[in-house]
Structures are given as structure tokens and as C-alpha cells.
Design a protein around this ligand. Structure first.
Ligand SMILES: [Zn+2]
Ligand SMILES: [Zn+2]
Length: 173
């Protein structure tokens, strides 16, 4: 895989396995001190970055748009595509969901948690959380997950695994 040359003053951020586009964009922006609008301008994508961070994927990001983003973030367009739902898989915008066990292994929001019909994490056999089990707050959009904590009661995402119920049925779509 060849690396894309990005502007030398930009910090490159390596995508994590299964990471959603929203989570990746948030990390890239913070590493480079960019706002959604700023990144959108740099990539010539206008307000699209802000929409994608909220998983507003209608219209769906085009190949051209992802190629433009690839040049700025230094990650190939095909890899960016993997951060989005595959063709034919519906997305659930809300609530934002979490598997604390996955987060403990790799601190990111996974795109598959938002797939329609996805109730549990098949890696851990656990039901996904759709709110903080301690205080009931909804999770923020993944682009805003800075510290891996509930924004209201500060419970760590990894700790939340203790409250995840086992799921007994096969959850794959
Ligand atoms: Zn998991
Ligand atoms: Zn909380």
C-alpha cells in the first residue's frame, strides 16, 4: 500500500480497526487543530465534514469526495470507504452505541455499531450500550469522543463493559 503524500505540516493519524468515519475525523481534526468547517475548506468539501461527523450520509459520500479527503488526511480513499457502512447496509444515526470491551482493546467508535439491526457485539457476545449505564446520558457523536468518558458523569467507556448484558442470539445481519 503506497502512502499518500500529504502537506508536510499536517499530522497524520492512523485509522484504527473498524473505526467509524466520524471518530476518525474528530481525531484528525484535533491533531491538526481544525474545525469541521476548516477541514471542509481544505478538502474542498464545504459543509460535508460536519454532516459526515453526525452520520448524515444522505447524499452518500461520493468516490470523488473521498478522494479529495484522502489527499488532506493522508489515508487512501478505499480505507476511508471502510469507515462507512457498506452498500445496502442501513445506518442508525441515533442512539450512538458502544461496546466497552471493544473500546478497551481499541479506543474508537466502530461503524458496525450503527448498522441497522446490530444489537450486540459479536466479538464479545455483549449487547451494545446506547447510553451511559451510570447516569443515562446519551453518547455524543463519535467525532467528539475526546477522553473516552461519559461527558456527564465521567465514567470511562471501558468501565461500562460491566453493565453490558450477554447476548445469546447470533447478531450478524
Ligand atoms: Zn465488543
Ligand atoms: Zn454517565
Amino acid at each position: 500500500m503506497e502512502a499518500i503524500d500529504i502537506q508536510p505540516w499536517m499530522f497524520r493519524v492512523e485509522p484504527l480497526e473498524g473505526e467509524s468515519l466520524s471518530h476518525f475525523l474528530g481525531r484528525f481534526r484535533r491533531a491538526n487543530e481544525l474545525t469541521p468547517t476548516g477541514l471542509g475548506k481544505m478538502a474542498g468539501l464545504g459543509g460535508a465534514i460536519a454532516r459526515w461527523e453526525k452520520f448524515y450520509l444522505n447524499p452518500f459520500p461520493s468516490g470523488e469526495q473521498l478522494a479529495a479527503l484522502a489527499v488532506v488526511v493522508g489515508v487512501e480513499a478505499e480505507r476511508l470507504q471502510e469507515m462507512l457502512p457498506p452498500a445496502g447496509v442501513g445506518m442508525k444515526l441515533e442512539p450512538i452505541r458502544l461496546c466497552g470491551a471493544c473500546y478497551a482493546q481499541s479506543p474508537c467508535h466502530k461503524i458496525e455499531w450503527q448498522f441497522k439491526g446490530m444489537q450486540g457485539c459479536d466479538r464479545h457476545g455483549l449487547r451494545l450500550l446506547s447510553e451511559c449505564p451510570n447516569c443515562g446520558a446519551r453518547f455524543k457523536v463519535p467525532a467528539l469522543w475526546v477522553d473516552g468518558l461519559c461527558q456527564r458523569c465521567f465514567m470511562g467507556f471501558e468501565e461500562m463493559v460491566k453493565s453490558q448484558k450477554l447476548c445469546c442470539t447470533e447478531m450478524r445481519l
